[in-house]
Design a protein around this ligand. Structure first.
Ligand code: GUN
Length: 300
C-alpha cells in the first residue's frame, strides 16, 4: 500500500489557543522533522554529511541562532563544523574563510550567519558559495533557480512556513495569501513558494508603504507577516478563520517581539504561530533538510 498522503494523514498532536485557533507549533514540527531526518540518515548508512556555519563578530542573538543550528545538526545525524571570525575581520579574511569551505569536498552545506558586521559586503561573501552548498538559498544563483522553477535550495524561513501549512493541513490551492514584507530572506521567496505550482495560492505582496494595509490583509486566507514591525498585525487585519504566520522579529525593550499581536489575533484566526516557537524553529529544521539534500546533490 502507498504511504498516506498528507490529506489522508491524521494531524496527530494539535493544540489550540485559548481563543480556539490551531496553534502551529514550530518546535513540535521541527522536532518531528529532525527525528525523520535522523532516521533517514541512519537508513542511508550514516554518511558523513557536514554543515559549516560561519559567524563573524559578536552579535549575541546571532551567536544563539548559530548555536541552535549546530546543536540541531548533530541531533539530525549531521556533522557540524564552525568557523568564527572577530568583529574586526576584513572583507578578504571573511571571503578567504568561505572560499576555503566552498573548495572543501568534506563540507556539504555552508551557512554564513547574517547580518555581517557593518562595513562588510555580504553579497560578495555569499556569492562565493556554490549553489549546491548554498543551504540557506540566499545567493543570486539559488534565487534565480527558484524564480525559474529549477532544482535548487530554497530559503529556509519561507520553506518552514510552507512546511507548517502542510503539517497543519491548511489548504493553499485557490486561496488568497498576503505576504507583508519584501526581503530577499523571506518575503520575496515566500511569494514565489505560495504561488508556484502545487501550492497554487493567489498571492499579494504587501509592504510598509502599502495603502490601506488593513483592507489588503483582511482579504487573506493565509497571512504571512515578515516586515519587522512589532505587533503590527491586530484583529482588524485578520479575516476570521485565516491562518496567520509570524516571521517578524523586532528587538524591543520588552524583548523579542513578532509582527503579530498574538494575544488578540488568536481570538480571530483559525490557525496561528506562536512567537517565539513558531516559524523560527522551522527555519532550523529546513536548514537541516537542505543540508542533507546538498549532500545528495553533490554525491549524485
Ligand atoms: N539571520 C537571520 N535569519 C537568517 C537566516 O535564515 N540565514 C542566515 N544566514 N542568517 C540569518
Amino acid at each position: 500500500m502507498l504511504a498516506a498522503t498528507s490529506k489522508e494523514r491524521t494531524l496527530g498532536t494539535v493544540e489550540h489557543t485559548a481563543g480556539g485557533a490551531i496553534l502551529m507549533d514550530g518546535k513540535l514540527v521541527r522536532d518531528e522533522l529532525i527525528v525523520q531526518l535522523a532516521e533517514q540518515v541512519a537508513a542511508d548508512g550514516s554518511p558523513e554529511v557536514t554543515l559549516a556555519t560561519v559567524l563573524v563578530g559578536d552579535d549575541k542573538p546571532s551567536r544563539v541562532y548559530v548555536g541552535s543550528k549546530r546543536k540541531k545538526a548533530v541531533e539530525a545525524g549531521l556533522q557540524s563544523r564552525h568557523v568564527e571570525l572577530g568583529a574586526d575581520a576584513t572583507q578578504a579574511e571573511v571571503q578567504a574563510a568561505v572560499a576555503e569551505l566552498a573548495a572543501d569536498d568534506s563540507v556539504h552545506g555552508i551557512l554564513v550567519q547574517l547580518p555581517l558586521p557593518d562595513g562588510l559586503d555580504a553579497e560578495a561573501v555569499l556569492n562565493l558559495i556554490p549553489p549546491e552548498k548554498d543551504v540557506d538559498g540566499l545567493t543570486e544563483r539559488s534565487m534565480g533557480r527558484l524564480v525559474r522553477g529549477k532544482p535548487g535550495h530554497v530559503p529556509c524561513t519561507p520553506l518552514g512556513v510552507m512546511r507548517l501549512l502542510e503539517r497543519y493541513e491548511i489548504p493553499t490551492s485557490g486561496k488568497k495569501a498576503v505576504v507583508i514584507g519584501r526581503s530577499t530572506l523571506v518575503g520575496l521567496p515566500q511569494v514565489l513558494l505560495l504561488g508556484r505550482k502545487g501550492a497554487d495560492a493567489t498571492v499579494t505582496l504587501a509592504h510598509s508603504r502599502t495603502a490601506d494595509l488593513v483592507s489588503v490583509c483582511r482579504e487573506a486566507d493565509i497571512l504571512v507577516a515578515a516586515v519587522g514591525m512589532a505587533r503590527l498585525i491586530t484583529p482588524d487585519h485578520v479575516k476570521p478563520g485565516a491562518a496567520v504566520l509570524d516571521v517578524g522579529i523586532s528587538r524591543t525593550e520588552a524583548g523579542i517581539v513578532g509582527d503579530v499581536d498574538f494575544d488578540t489575533v488568536q481570538e480571530v484566526a483559525g490557525a496561528i504561530t506562536p512567537m517565539p516557537g513558531g516559524t523560527g524553529p522551522m527555519t532550523i529544521a529546513c536548514l537541516m533538510q537542505n543540508t542533507y539534500a546538498a549532500y545528495k546533490m553533490l554525491n549524485g
